[in-house]
Structures are given as C-alpha cells and as structure tokens.
Design a protein around this ligand. Structure first.
Ligand code: 5GP
Length: 199
C-alpha cells in the first residue's frame, strides 16, 4: 500500500504554512519533491523544493512515462515522478503531495487509498489581497494566479476532495488539518515517534 496524503489549494490559501506546521510535528512525513519547468525563486534549493528542469527534459520524462502525474499550471509544467512515490510512500512513512487539482485527480484514480484535502482561501477579497502581496514577494503574475485560483476553487468545492478546510484562522485550520492527518495516520497504522504537541 502507498501512504499518500494530497493537499491542494490555490496560491495564497496558506497550504504551505499548514504543511510546514504539520511536518514539524510528525516524523513519519516525507515530502514529495516535484519536477518543474518554472524558474527557481530566491531561497529555493534544487532537489529540495523542486527538481528544476528544462521543458525539453520534462517532455523527455513524459515520453519515458516517468511521471505518476503531471500538469500545466500557470503556463509551467509540474509533475510527480513515479520514483518519488515508490521510494517515499511505503512502510512507516506518509508521503505528502502538494499538487494542483488536475494532478490530484490522477493520483486519486491511480491510488484510490490516498487521502485528499483542499485548502480554501477565506474569500475572494482576502485571496486577492494575499496574491497581491505575494506578487511583490515572488514576482508572480497576479492575474494568472487569480484566474487559476478561481478555477481551482470550483473543483475544490465540487465534492472530489475528502476534506475541505476554509483557512480563515490559521490556528483553527491547523487543528482541523492535524486531526485529519492523524486520523489518516491511524488508518494506515503508522506510529508517530514524536509525541504530538498540543496546539
Ligand atoms: P508554485 O509555482 O507556486 O510552487 O506552485 C504552483 C502550483 O503547482 C501549486 O498549486 C502546486 O500545488 C502545484 N504543483 C506543484 N508541484 C506539482 C506537481 O508535481 N504536480 C501538479 N499537478 N501540481 C504541482
């Protein structure tokens, strides 16, 4: 069995913060490092945040069927390699995938036991604010991200995901997120070495 915990949500939903908080508290988590054609941002480390590769290499990997899933997001290609899943999701580990809605659907089909959580921003006004802030930080194309976010939210609301969390308060959202994760951990019978911190 593959222990796979999938998290999706638009840019600005706060999913990266939730994943970081969860990883700090749970030894059993491994993070899936995706391949991408997008440019490395300041502070990102190759092979840790992503495997940054050229479009040509990405196409080559698609042709060789090395991806479990891949998708085009904001005009760039992103994919999870079969190797990441095979080496990191067995035994006492749970593999976390931070991927978009298109990729999540493929993973659900291929791994029906995987658990899928969608992180919803509190509302469009707040999301616009967060995206504008990130645009300055990350040099992102705000409009492109907003359109993608709106499309993702529609799918997030459609009932495909096992759980949805509206992230209007980080502490409350994290508690909910942690409880969902711990329930999944128990269902795949993984003991956690670190005692959970009360949050
Ligand atoms: P960013 O460029 O901000 O790191 O990520 C943009 C989007 O791509 C995010 O929604 C993220 O979840 C998604 N993403 C990252 N890696 C993958 C992947 O391997 N597959 C898919 N389908 N989406 C990914």
């Amino acid at each position: 069995m593959n222990n796979i915990f999938v998290i999706s949500g638009p840019s600005g939903s706060g999913k990266s913060t939730l994943i970081k908080m969860l990883t700090k508290e749970h030894d059993c988590i491994l993070f899936s490092v995706s391949h991408t054609t997008r440019e490395k941002r300041e502070g990102e480390i190759d092979s840790e945040d992503y495997y940054f590769i050229s479009r040509e290499s990405f196409r080559d990997m698609i042709e060789k069927e090395l991806f479990a899933e891949w998708a085009e997001v904001h005009d760039e290609l992103y994919g999870t390699s079969i190797n990441e899943i095979e080496t990191k999701s067995a035994g006492d580990s749970i593999l976390i995938l931070d991927i978009d809605v298109q990729g999540a659907k493929i993973i659900k089909d291929k791994f029906p036991d995987s658990l899928h959580v969608f992180i919803m921003p509190p509302g469009l006004v707040e999301l616009k604010k967060r995206l504008l802030k990130r645009e300055k930080e990350l040099n992102n194309d705000f409009r492109k991200r907003l359109v993608t976010a709106e499309e993702e939210i529609k799918i997030g609301e459609s009932g495909f995901y096992d759980y949805k969390i509206t992230n209007d308060n980080i502490d409350k959202s994290y508690n909910r997120f942690k409880n969902i994760f711990r329930k999944y951990m128990r269902s795949v019978t993984i003991p956690d070495k670190k005692p959970p911190k009360e949050h």
